[in-house]
Design a binder for this molecule. Structure first.
Ligand code: TRP
Length: 330
């Protein structure tokens, strides 16, 4: 067998394994007696990632641009508050665009070692490409889950070096209620006093603004949500009729979260062949796909205290209420 054949074989085995996992997760989420659900991590296939890129430039979805603005404006302030020498570790590499401002500001003092942690090899590769040419920065990508990658970096660090962890883009808001604290507590456990965490979080804002951000009139967000069903059709040989489901975004005031659902327009049965599974929907029944919690600035301070951090500074964008909080491990 040539080297090339071996590579192909490995890729096919990996594919088979992830398809099996995908089928199991879909079946588990749709087989529930109460609220049906689908894991939001499956949004991001090639089509979903392209649609999300489009969402982030839609006028109604101000979140991504606000995140970039605050980081660009306050990267210098951040560099002054973080002790040197520092290594930077990012949970989820993103496109690298936002992180550039921070790395440039820090590298004005000394060389910076930057460890993006990401489960997607392709996302990691594009981040490495984007940031590798920044002067004074060494990029060392780690392909793993967030907390495993963070422990790996923490174990390697030299005495006297500080760790700055970046968790940007308000991913924290997509955790289930209570899981945000537990996750930050786990992050804290891998750190030592004096280390920092920069946390991006979207803030609560007027209802019409929030609803438009998650249900734009051009229908890009609806297409993004519905693509999850299209992906199940493509990869698991299912027969979801996309015209018989609709995107729903609603605000749950008691949890301060936008909830995304896919609603069945009629009573129907769907077959998911590769999961060996059939599922019935009542008219109006929904599949919950993601929630996006909207914080208050004070709530973030409480979350910091509850997970072993001191909230040292908060920068908030005034055009679109979005916060960047600097937490110091105490
Ligand atoms: N995590 C993003 C957010 O909470 C993803 C997102 C944007 C999203 N628009 C969506 C998820 C619509 C589902 C449906 O902002």
């Amino acid at each position: 067998m040539s080297m090339l054949d071996f590579d192909v074989l490995v890729t096919e085995q990996e594919q088979a394994c992830t398809t099996r996992q995908f089928a199991e997760d879909i079946r588990a989420g749709l087989d529930r007696t109460g609220q049906k659900e689908l894991p939001s991590k499956y949004f991001y296939d090639a089509v979903g990632s392209a649609l999300f890129e489009t969402i982030s430039v839609m006028p109604e979805y101000g979140l991504t641009r606000a995140d970039e603005r605050v980081l660009r404006r306050h990267a210098g302030d951040l560099a002054e508050l973080v002790a040197a020498p520092v290594i930077v570790c990012e949970l989820g590499s993103g496109s690298g665009k936002k992180t550039r401002w921070i790395l440039e500001a820090l590298s004005r003092r000394e060389r910076v070692f930057y460890y993006p942690i990401e489960i997607s090899a392709s996302a990691l590769a594009s981040c490495e490409r984007e940031l590798a040419q920044v002067d004074g920065v060494s990029v060392l990508g780690i392909e793993s889950e967030y907390l495993d990658g963070l422990s790996e970096v923490a174990a390697k660090r030299k005495k006297g070096t500080h760790l700055l962890v970046l968790f940007l883009g308000s991913t924290i808001g997509n955790f289930d209620s209570g899981a945000d604290r537990r996750f930050l507590q786990s992050v804290r456990q891998t750190l030592i006093p004096g280390d920092s965490l920069l946390l991006g979080a979207d803030l609560v804002k007027p209802l019409d603004q929030l609803l438009a951000a998650y249900d734009d009139p051009a229908g890009v967000t609806a297409a993004f949500n519905l693509n999850l069903l299209a992906r199940i059709n493509r990869e698991l040989d299912a027969d979801f009729n996309l015209r018989q489901f609709e995107h729903v975004a609603r605000f749950n005031g008691s949890t301060s979260s936008i909830e995304m659902h896919l609603r069945s327009k009629k009573q129907q049965t769907v077959t998911i062949a590769r999961a060996e599974f059939m599922v019935q929907f009542r008219e109006g029944e929904t599949i919950w796909t993601e929630s996006s919690h909207k914080y208050s600035a004070d709530e973030l301070k409480t979350v910091a205290a509850a997970s072993g951090f001191d909230c040292k500074e908060q920068w908030i964008d005034q055009d679109w209420q979005f916060s960047e909080s600097l937490f110091i491990a105490c």
